[in-house]
Design a binder for this molecule. Structure first.
Ligand code: F6P
Length: 361
């Protein structure tokens, strides 16, 4: 056994589930147990389990057969302890105080948190409270700063691309505009990659406010060139030029009042503007579920083993990241509260423009 700064650590998965979480858990735990003899405490349902004290010791057999499984064997939740104002009626403690008490009660030397923006932001705040935290970058949205890629993203891109391929055939057979909504509220990475890979004729992202007249123009030109069908990929956070001018509060309020998701509005507007029949498919949770692709399993394994090595070295307060092909640890406070949006000079965005994709502007 190699020397280790950590004897016992807790591990949790938080936020939306994503393919590759189990591969990452396995990567951390196998390395921690086999190489360093650490004890692993699996915390259930993310930060909720850490507050409520729901955890169990994990053993090598718990990590067998999970590499290929989607979801998370630990369960997850969208609990945000620093926004939780509940006071425990029995102890009179706040959510954060309960977390610190459980950390102490379980004899944890460190905590490994697997998740996206919210998870790593909470991890950073817990580090400021004196806990030893290491974060891992998971999200199908690929919107974490300081890392080139997050695990879960490639699987979601593959699922969405396959869906676009399948919808393409119906679009072609019926001469319809097929509007496909993919996930991505604040960042359009998934829509961009799946849209370009699936040959979307129009791709609408949160980063580029759209103008319905320019899209209609593009579709009419396609029709005049003999292509009477079109594929329109819409990220769920896509917005019009008018909406882009609204202040944040007004925009949020108007979206909450909208009784359907954005793809339906785009389809309706395009039908009116082009007189072409349109149909909508919202891919939703299909994009997060199921078996991770090989790349996500491999990436999650690399990230997981790196996290175990960081635990052994007492290298805390960091998120494992991939930067220019190298696995590094970046300070959690550099990640906290930030979102990596698609820059307007992104290589995939430019490639999409080169091959004639309309981005709605
Ligand atoms: O995991 C991120 C994400 O997939 C977003 O793209 C999406 O808006 C969100 O999760 C929805 O998830 P839930 O309904 O689980 O909160």
């Amino acid at each position: 056994m190699q020397k280790s700064a950590v004897k016992t650590f807790g591990i949790l998965t938080s936020g939306g589930d994503a393919p590759g979480l189990n591969a990452a858990i396995r990567g951390v735990a196998r390395t921690a147990i086999d190489q360093f003899g650490m004890n692993v405490i699996g915390i259930e349902h993310g930060y909720r389990g850490l507050i409520e004290g729901n955890a169990r010791e994990l053993h090598p057999e718990d990590f067998s057969g999970i590499l290929t499984r989607g979801g998370t064997i630990l369960g997850t939740s969208r609990e945000k302890p620093f926004k939780n104002e509940e006071i425990d009626p029995e102890t009179g403690m706040s959510a954060v105080e309960r977390i610190k008490a459980n950390y102490k009660k379980w004899g944890l030397d460190a905590l490994v948190v697997l998740g996206g923006n919210g998870t790593n932001t909470t991890g950073s705040l817990l580090a400021q409270e004196g806990l030893n935290v290491i974060g891992l970058p998971k999200t199908i949205d690929n919107d974490l700063v300081e890392t080139d890629i997050t695990f879960g993203f490639h699987t979601a891109v593959s699922v969405a691309t396959e869906a676009i391929d399948r919808i393409h055939t119906t679009a072609h057979s019926h001469n319809r505009i097929m509007v496909i909504e993919v996930m991505g509220h604040k960042a359009g990475w998934l829509g961009l990659y799946a849209g370009v890979a699936g040959g979307g004729d129009v791709i609408l992202l949160p980063e580029i406010p759209y103008n319905i007249a320019s899209i209609a123009d593009h579709l009419k030109k396609r029709r005049d060139a003999g292509k009477a069908f079109s594929i329109v990929v819409v990220a769920e956070g896509a917005l019009s030029e008018e909406e882009a001018l609204m202040d944040k509060k007004t925009f949020k309020k108007s979206r909450l009042a909208m009784p359907y998701s954005i793809a339906y509005r785009v389809a309706h507007e395009l039908e009116e503007a082009t007189a072409l029949e349109s149909r909508v498919t919202v891919l939703g949770y299909l994009q997060r579920g199921g078996t991770p692709v090989a790349y996500d399993r491999a990436l999650a394994t690399i990230f997981g083993t790196a996290a175990a090595h960081m635990l052994s070295q007492g290298d805390f307060g960091k998120m494992v990241a991939l930067q220019n092909g190298k696995v590094v640890g970046v300070p959690l406070e550099n990640v906290a509260g930030k979102i990596k949006r698609v820059p307007l000079d992104d290589k995939m965005l430019l490639a999409g423009r080169e091959v004639g994709t309309c981005f709605g502007d």
